[in-house]
Design a protein around this ligand. Structure first.
Ligand SMILES: [Zn+2]
Length: 200
């Protein structure tokens, strides 16, 4: 277990059980990054891993942009550590867009910041919104990389990688067990303190 996973665990952010994801799939685990990010010193340490990776890779961003909500705190902390501004995209009528007077310039090199990357859908939507204004998206910085190879077309710089099993609803083995299906964010979540580290 790496340091970021320890921080997630200490924060009660690693959950195990039987979860209904927004995609409709079921999973045996869930990462609730907000539980780590609520502690500023832990957030600084976990995001520091990403900042170190970027420095070692020689990646120089002009700005960081996090899709709301999950990316906002990561973008802010990463921007602080890299010494660059941090902005966010948000949905307006279903479209990921820049609001609040945020602007990007032609050729500006931007890192997308996320809490968890799975399919990379919201990251890539944000990337398109920024690139339509002339900026260049140079990668995705995230706390937890859960992506599968080939789903994201730009480099990912993560603080940690965690594997969680996901299942189609009609073939989910957990549905055949006694484990109740819960929606992440509901109050039925089981903190992972002392849990079996099945998905790490
Ligand atoms: Zn299930």
């Amino acid at each position: 277990m790496d340091r970021t996973q320890e921080l997630l665990k200490e924060s009660g952010a690693l959950l195990h059980g039987h979860f209904l994801l927004s995609s409709g799939k079921h999973s045996d685990g869930y990462v609730q990054c907000a539980k780590l990010l609520m502690h500023p010193e832990r957030a600084a340490e976990a995001v520091g891993v990403i900042a170190d990776k970027l420095r070692r890779a020689g990646v120089q961003a002009d700005m960081v942009c996090g899709p709301a909500m999950g990316g906002i705190v990561i973008a802010y902390e990463l921007g602080r550590q890299l010494g660059v501004p941090a902005i966010f995209t948000e949905r307006e009528n279903g479209e990921m867009t820049l609001r609040r007077g945020f602007e990007v310039r032609e050729g500006q090199r931007i890192l997308i910041a996320e809490d968890v990357v799975t399919t990379g859908k919201s990251s890539m939507e944000s990337a398109r919104a920024l690139e339509s204004k002339g900026a260049k998206v140079i990668g995705i910085a995230c706390l937890v990389d859960r992506s599968e190879a080939g789903t994201v077309s730009v480099p990912i710089y993560s603080s940690t990688q965690i594997r969680i099993n996901t299942y189609d609803a009609d073939t989910c083995p957990l549905c055949r067990s006694d484990e109740p299906l819960v929606k992440p964010g509901s109050r039925n979540l089981t903190p992972s303190a002392g849990c079996r580290d099945l998905y790490i």
